[in-house]
Ligand binder design. Sequence first.
Ligand code: ATP
Ligand code: MG
Length: 359
Amino acid sequence: MLKRFDKLYGIDLGTSNTVIYEKGKGIVLSEPSVVAVNQNTGELLAVGAEAQAMVGRAPGYVDITYPLTNGVIANIEMTSRMLQHFIKKIQGRKSLLRSSQVYISVPCGITNVQKRAVEETIIHKGARRAVAVEEPLAAALGAGLLIDEPIGHLVLDIGGGTCQVAVLSLGGIVASHTVHRAGMSIDQDIMDYVKKQYSLEIGERTAEEIKKRIGTANASAEERTLDIRGRDMISGLPRSVRLSSGEIYLLVDDFFKTLVEAIRTTLDQCPPELAGDVIEQGILLCGGGALLEGIDKRIQAETGVHVHIAEDPLDCTALGAGMMLGEHGSRRSMNQRTYKPEEQVAVSKGSSNREGSKQ
Ligand SMILES: Nc1ncnc2c1ncn2[C@@H]1O[C@H](COP(=O)(O)OP(=O)(O)OP(=O)(O)O)[C@@H](O)[C@H]1O
Ligand SMILES: [Mg+2]
């Protein structure tokens, strides 16, 4: 039950970034989901942006970890400590979610046990109520789609650890497909490529920078170059090379094919009426990967369906999760919706397919 002075939070606990929306204030935190710990003492050295700045630069005794893998909590203790730190940051001195209600996003298709683990982590931090909501639903709502209508919408969320494709209708997920290949795997592909092609070792932050600055999904994009520095694998000395956007395009292209396949699989699972709606409504693109140059046009060209990018692709999930609490905190969790028998088939199809899609 909502108490008058409860704070309402929407949290997007992502593999790459944690974003927190507070009702009445807007987005109050957006930080990388990273922690740095002293291996010898267990002491938390840095969290979020501060910890990310240490990636590839820390001494051996500092363990830098992403507590989430593929959108799912992989290390409960570290996730809990990271959240604790973020909550303290937004609440000032208080370090608990006391007198608060939280809607928190989780990847679609995860098990109820995994959902409960997320909710319990939040309750453990003092929240009065915690509800796990599926990410594409929250993202769609945050991006302004009217998801409760009997109209099919297709959402494609390209995050750091997962790409989620979901067809939504009547406030629920009718079909979905999750691919465990997303922004971070492009970074890894870039690191592997530079190693193989130039015998040069680069860190994950450099790889991400390359992707953001010269990455493109557009084959005919104007050629751009970037000088990058790394460690020569033979001499062990620093060396720089010039990379071109054409080289990165080829790496992105491979990832892109997986993405289009995921869209096809999801559309295949959904009833024809909804597939028809999707053609009319277009595809909503969100998550940080939506910012990759030319990705919207490319998806449009491959699928023949209009693609629009959410206004705030990195923030819309947290915003939507916060919006689900509604005016009086009475909006039911989308996960708790009662599905009609044919919808249940579609939903379980989507979930089982996800299992099959693990890469
Ligand atoms: N301009 C850009 N071009 C390409 N990729 C980008 C850009 N900006 C951010 N990204 C990528 O977006 C990803 C992070 O997106 P997002 O914050 O939506 O992921 P997440 O929600 O933390 O992950 P997940 O949903 O998989 O758990 C990172 O891999 C980042 O490199
Ligand atoms: Mg995400």
